[in-house]
Design a protein around this ligand. Structure first.
Ligand SMILES: Nc1ncnc2c1ncn2[C@@H]1O[C@H](COP(=O)(O)OP(=O)(O)OP(=O)(O)O)[C@@H](O)[C@H]1O
Length: 297
């Protein structure tokens, strides 16, 4: 099922936390939400899952508006960044609760996931560590077999092994159940591995959107060595978002890499032009979280 966020804005008093944000996730795709602390990711997510009412705009799951629509909300699994479980509940009582609440909940699935995550179901959930609570929340929501899964920093607080296990299970669910996923994370290396597309948010606004493949083919670090001196004004070429010089080598980051750019560099005396791929984390840092691209629009 698709997710469509259409021009959503959310204010807290006079402060606008999310401004006219739009994004779309096609069925069976994994979409990453990236942004600095306080960018507005959680607020946008809470508008998407129907916790907050947007001041403007609307959210649709499979074409149905989410706000005050229990049918649409039933299709969403929401793993929040801070879990608020019922006080005093044991894990096994939460399993009973989810089974009663969600028609597609599978106890068998939960038990299979718990063979991996190994949580003692007789323990009170509030007595579990942060990472263990996240495991419980993830297992409960995944076992509910939602059509759409929305996860807000699900791997923060997880150890490296649990992180990998969670992401593997998520990918398995996308492949086997055609689940649609929106995931926010500060761990860009892991997002890069699992996402088809990403949206960068900066100060409440969408600053950049792209598929991972497009992003990596358009944003490159070029290693450039000139025959003699660099041409006049080279450091200010508008194709580059950042240029550093180390000895005789220029390292220039471009967000508009094309073969023509390479040809142009050779014409002005570049002896070596070597494009080096960048990972998502480097792209986020060097483009100021996608702000540079937004300025070209
Ligand atoms: N209930 C609220 N009342 C007032 N301001 C809020 C409220 N919730 C969030 N904000 C503000 O909205 C902005 C966006 O916060 P949000 O939690 O959405 O950011 P985030 O991108 O999820 O950040 P992080 O990566 O640190 O979790 C912040 O400036 C925050 O202080």
């Amino acid at each position: 099922m698709s997710i469509k966020v259409n021009g959503v804005s959310k204010n807290f008093g006079k402060f606008q936390a999310v401004h006219n944000a739009s994004l779309e996730v096609a069925p069976g795709c994994i979409h990453g939400l990236i942004g600095e602390n306080g960018a507005g990711k959680t607020t946008l997510i809470q508008c998407i899952v129907g916790i907050y009412k947007s001041d403007q705009g609307e959210v649709f799951i499979d074409g149905k508006s989410v706000w005050e629509n229990d049918e649409a909300k039933q299709m969403i699994g929401y793993v929040a960044d801070r879990n608020q479980f019922f006080k005093g509940y044991k894990v096994k009582e939460l399993v009973d609760f989810f089974e009663a609440m969600y028609p597609n909940f599978s106890r068998k699935d939960f038990e299979r996931y718990n063979e991996i995550f190994k949580i003692k179901v007789n323990q009170k959930v509030t007595q579990l560590s942060k990472g263990m609570q996240m495991r419980v929340s993830f297992m409960l929501h995944l076992a509910s077999n939602p059509k759409v899964m929305i996860l807000d920093e699900p791997t923060s607080g997880l150890d490296a092994i649990a992180k990998k296990q969670l992401l593997d299970l998520l990918i398995e669910a996308v492949e086997e159940k055609q689940m649609t996923v929106l995931i926010s994370s500060h761990h860009l290396t892991e997002l890069e591995k699992i996402c088809d597309e990403v949206t960068f948010i900066h100060q409440g606004r969408v600053s950049y959107q792209s598929t991972i493949d497009e992003l990596k083919s358009s944003i490159k670090k070029l290693q450039i060595v000139f025959e003699d001196e660099a041409p006049e004004g080279f450091m200010k070429w508008s194709e580059f978002v950042n240029i550093e010089k180390l000895g005789s080598v220029y390292y220039a980051i471009t967000d508009r890499y094309t073969q023509e750019l390479e040809n142009r560099l050779r014409k002005v005396g570049a002896r070596i032009v070597e494009p080096i791929g960048m990972n998502l984390e480097e792209i986020f840092i060097y483009t100021d979280g996608g702000r540079r691209e937004a300025s070209h629009e």
